[in-house]
Design a protein around this ligand. Structure first.
Ligand SMILES: [Zn+2]
Length: 294
């Protein structure tokens, strides 16, 4: 018997040690939020969140998808933003919204998927207009979103509609939003179709890798969250005060897709930490309290 316990301990111990050192696994292990005042702590790709609230799995104008991931938790600002935008989606003719990942119950780095979404302020919203809002748990695991971009990445495809444009415009007009990530082809199309006098909000729509199946809304730090780190450079700085419909956007469908050949003169960039390798020491110290609180 003693031998069995000893063998068991020897096999389990290394697993425990890894779990203790990797913040990803410690945050991933919590199924409920911390009973603290809501607070986003740290930066979008290096932080955690206290007192998050759950987006109800189904509402009159939304459904949370992939429930098995338990990532439908956000800062109260994020949850009310989702609910407000889903009502606007109905006004533009959709049935509502299918909501992808927000954050884990206590935010923090994840064991799979995103590098960001760590502080309860990032929200993925599907490009697929909902057909129904009574999908079963199982359907929400298996249904896929649609891509609105051509395979060559240069333009939108026939899945893109004027309603998508209007939805993204409404999403960006909300003052809680810092920026929204979309495939470059989406922004190019929106730059083409937006009326000239009405493009200030386009500044917040930012080109990014991927983001053809969903768009990613990033909210600003909520007022009073003094450990929340505002992203820099700001969208105003990135677009030099304009709407971002410029040569930096063209780059995504030219040099990004077909990089010009050049001799490597500078040394390779130092290896940065992989998002799966966070330890508690990498995160703001307040995150230890978030983990330890009931
Ligand atoms: Zn995302």
């Amino acid at each position: 018997m003693r031998l069995i316990i000893l063998t068991l301990l020897l096999t389990v111990a290394p697993v425990l040690a890894t779990a203790q050192s990797l913040a990803n696994q410690m945050f991933g292990a919590h199924s409920m939020p911390s009973l603290q005042a809501p607070e986003a702590i740290g930066s979008y790709a290096n932080g955690c969140a206290a007192g998050l609230v759950r987006l109800p799995e189904t509402g009159p104008t939304w459904q949370a998808m992939r429930l098995s991931r338990n990532r439908n938790w956000g800062h109260p600002d994020a949850i009310s933003y989702v609910q407000d935008l889903s009502r606007k989606a109905v006004q533009i003719g959709w049935n509502g919204l299918y909501i992808g990942d927000i954050s884990q119950p206590r935010g923090g780095p994840m064991t799979s998927g995103h590098a960001s979404h760590q502080i309860g302020l990032d929200i993925d919203i599907w490009m697929l207009p909902p057909t129904r809002l009574n999908l079963s748990r199982n359907e929400r695991e298996n249904l896929s979103s649609i891509s609105v971009r051509t395979n060559d990445q240069r333009s939108v495809n026939s899945n893109w509609t004027p309603a998508h444009h209007e939805l993204l415009k409404q999403a960006a007009l909300d003052p809680r939003v810092d920026r929204i990530f979309v495939a470059a082809a989406v922004k190019l199309e929106m730059c083409k179709t937006a009326t000239r006098a009405d493009t200030a909000w386009l500044q917040k729509i930012r080109p990014a890798v991927g983001h053809n199946y969903h768009f990613h809304v990033r909210l600003s730090c909520p007022r009073g969250n003094r450990h929340c780190v505002t992203q820099t450079p700001t969208v105003a700085e990135l677009s030099k005060g304009g709407n971002g419909c410029d040569e930096t956007l063209e780059w995504w469908v030219t040099d990004f897709l077909n990089p010009p050949r050049r001799e490597r003169t500078e040394p390779p960039a130092p290896r940065t930490r992989h998002p799966r390798e966070f330890t508690m020491a990498d995160l703001p110290t307040q995150c230890q309290q978030v983990l330890a609180t009931q």
